[in-house]
Ligand binder design. Structure first.
Ligand SMILES: [Zn+2]
Ligand SMILES: [Zn+2]
Length: 635
């Protein structure tokens, strides 16, 4: 499969004509060095791991051995590694003559996970053909926005149920769950994987009139599973967009973990990503490999190939949907990672509030909003009493959202008003503070409104968002639902009235409101797209698919047919993700490998890094592969 393929600009991006040490360019060597650094950090994480266990709230509690000296030794690696990855795309184009691309956006998750991609998709559709591939129930939302749709497998409700059991994510995050819960959920994941390939390559099955579709580029969130493998099979660019941190860093722990002891420790923080990546891979490894082999015709991948860490190891371009004002970009995140801003799906313009809500709002000072969204509380009556009492102690009026937890009962006290669904953008503009479960979307809405925020986390990344709000100075320490009491909550409400908290929340809100998240995401996508490698030499607005051998030009089919039709040609693609290891390595890399090998007592051969992905265009040779002497065979 890898025969007869060559980099169009060999030498510039890594592997030259002899495939040896002399041709490892500086940037490729730097890439391999970063990759090896990650590899040895992961090995050290496994070696230092004392225990991984489940916590209430379904996070994974990780404990690392502090006595062996490994943490100290590893701290030096973090310092040595420094920062500054090279950009994965070319320089930003000075003018916008991009070919019109077929882009698929693959999203697995809840409505809140899908919504940000509606305005992002609409922005991309100014120029490109955009398809949003997600669960069938979101088809009307996507099509109403004028975007094409493709159904991915998986029912968000069923996934939500599973998420509650698996630490807020649809990837099983610890071994016990992987063994116990699983056959049905694994079936869902297998179905999602299959559907991602169809989403990249097939017509919408429910729209017979639809035009054929083959993706020229893939945008995805991490839980859509198939992203990297489909991009590898199609040899197209991939860009990941996500709402919570997913890239290893020493700045804060993985959002789905709890570290013991809880004190800030850069090495432990980094280790938490290393361990979580491995746990998540363990649950789906066989499914992914069956998908790769049977559906995509790719070779299987193993841990030694970096299978658990494809996105970070290959420095796949990544855009996070939160602003640096709320979570500063960690120094160890490379330039392939951008922070944009929260993306909102506003509804205030079309919302008609019920009269009793307006009446309550008009009858006194601004209330505190309290709501736990789709989180289910164990004893709604008791939790309601706690909330009412806390509001009373704080001398505040409250609007309480019933939510899935059925808060409030039938007869709330006069200082409380109960509501059902109400758009956050409309309601929060009329509140003075918010108290919620810490879902990413609700957290963003409260911060944008400039409101002091109390987070009562239930599971998963909600604890992380609670910590983020506290660290940003926009609210008190989070109060996990298990220890919620009226005293604690009243105290938290009191913190929200402190001037420094209110001022900080207002500042953050102003910043979030001025930065156009959609435009920032769009710029990030554009910057990382290897557009130069995708343009036809005849016309930069055409998409190159053919390489003309004698003219040494990449061309679109029609330019090729027009002037070069009699010339020898090869198929042409843009990105080679499935690169294999370089044959030889520089001395410096050898030392790093030795360190990594020592970290796990492993053999050096198992720790060879794969070469940098080829992102500057590749020529696919003859079917029999590598017969042409002129061809520079990459592997
Ligand atoms: Zn052309
Ligand atoms: Zn030609």
């Amino acid at each position: 499969m890898y025969k007869g393929m060559r980099a169009l600009e060999a030498g510039r991006t890594g592997l030259g004509t002899d495939g040896g040490v002399g041709s490892l360019t500086e940037s490729a060597a730097a890439f391999l060095k970063r990759r090896l650094h990650h590899q040895r950090m992961r090995m050290a994480a496994l070696r230092a791991l004392k225990s991984a266990s489940s916590l209430p709230g379904d996070r994974v509690d990780l404990q690392f051995d502090a006595d062996s000296g490994l943490l100290d030794r590893t701290a030096a690696w973090l310092t040595d590694a420094g920062t500054g990855a090279v950009p994965s795309g070319g320089p930003p184009p000075t003018h916008y003559l991009a070919p019109r691309l077929n882009l698929v956006i693959m999203i697995v998750g809840s409505r809140g996970d899908v919504q940000p991609f509606i305005p992002i998709g609409k922005r991309l559709a100014w120029r490109h053909r955009v398809r949003i591939a997600t669960h069938a129930e979101f088809r009307p939302m996507v099509e109403r926005a004028g975007l094409e749709f493709y159904p991915l497998a998986g029912d968000p409700r069923e996934l939500m149920e599973y998420m509650i059991k698996t630490g807020g994510h649809i990837v099983p995050t610890h071994l016990q769950q992987i063994v116990e819960d699983v056959p049905r959920k694994r079936q869902i994941i297998a179905e999602i994987l299959e559907s991602t390939w169809r989403a990249c390559t097939e017509k919408d099955p429910d729209r017979p009139e639809a035009k054929p579709f083959v993706a020229d580029g893939i945008i995805a969130n991490p839980p859509s599973y198939g992203h990297f493998h489909c991009a590898e099979a199609l040899r197209v660019p991939l860009h990941i967009v996500f709402t919570m941190p997913w890239t290893p860093t020493s700045a804060f722990p993985h959002p789905l973990t709890h570290l013991s002891p809880g004190t800030h420790h850069p090495v432990r923080n980094w280790f938490s990503y290393g361990v979580m990546d491995l746990l998540m891979w363990a649950g789906v490894a066989d499914l992914i490999n069956r998908f790769r082999q049977q559906t995509l015709g790719l070779r299987p991948i193993e841990l030694n190939d970096g299978a658990a860490t494809l996105l970070s190891d290959n420095e796949v371009p990544f855009t996070y949907l939160f602003p640096a004002s709320v979570i500063p970009k960690p120094a160890d995140w490379g330039s392939h990672i951008d922070l944009a801003n929260f993306i909102f799906f506003d509804q205030a313009d079309t919302y008609t509030p019920p009269p009793d809500l307006l009446e309550f709002l008009g009858a006194g000072e601004r209330p505190i909003y309290v709501g736990f969204g789709s989180c289910v509380v164990q004893d709604p009556a008791a939790t309601s009493r706690t909330i009412f009492a806390a509001l009373e102690k704080a001398g505040a009026r409250g609007i309480v959202s019933r939510g899935w937890g059925h808060l409030g009962g039938d007869a709330p006290p006069p200082h409380v008003h109960l509501i059902d669904d109400c758009p956050h953008d409309w309601l929060f503009a009329r509140c003075r503070a918010v108290c919620h479960h810490g879902g990413a979307g609700t957290t963003a809405a409260g911060l944008r409104a400039g409101l002091p925020t109390v987070i009562v986390p239930f599971f998963g990344d909600q604890f992380f968002w609670g910590q983020v709000v506290f660290d940003a100075g926009a609210g008190p320490r989070p109060i996990p639902i298990d220890i919620l009491s009226s005293d604690r909550l009243a105290e938290a409400f009191a913190v929200c009235t402190r001037p420094e908290i209110r001022i900080r929340a207002e500042e953050l809100g102003a910043k979030i409101r001025t930065e156009d998240g959609i435009e920032l995401v769009f710029e990030s996508l554009r910057r990382h797209l290897p557009i130069g490698a995708m343009q036809c030499s005849g016309n930069p607005e055409h998409l190159a698919t053919v390489y003309c051998e004698p003219c040494r030009l990449r061309l679109c089919q029609s330019c090729y047919d027009g002037r070069h039709g009699s010339h020898r040609s090869h198929p042409y693609r843009y990105v080679e993700w499935g690169v294999r290891e370089p044959e030889r390595l520089t001395e410096e890399l050898r030392d790093l490998i030795a360190d990594a090998a020592q970290a796990l007592h492993a053999g050096r051969d198992e720790l060879r890094p794969m070469a940098a992905p080829e992102r500057h265009g590749i020529v696919l040779g003859d079917a029999d592969g590598g017969q042409d002497d002129e061809n520079v065979t990459v592997s």
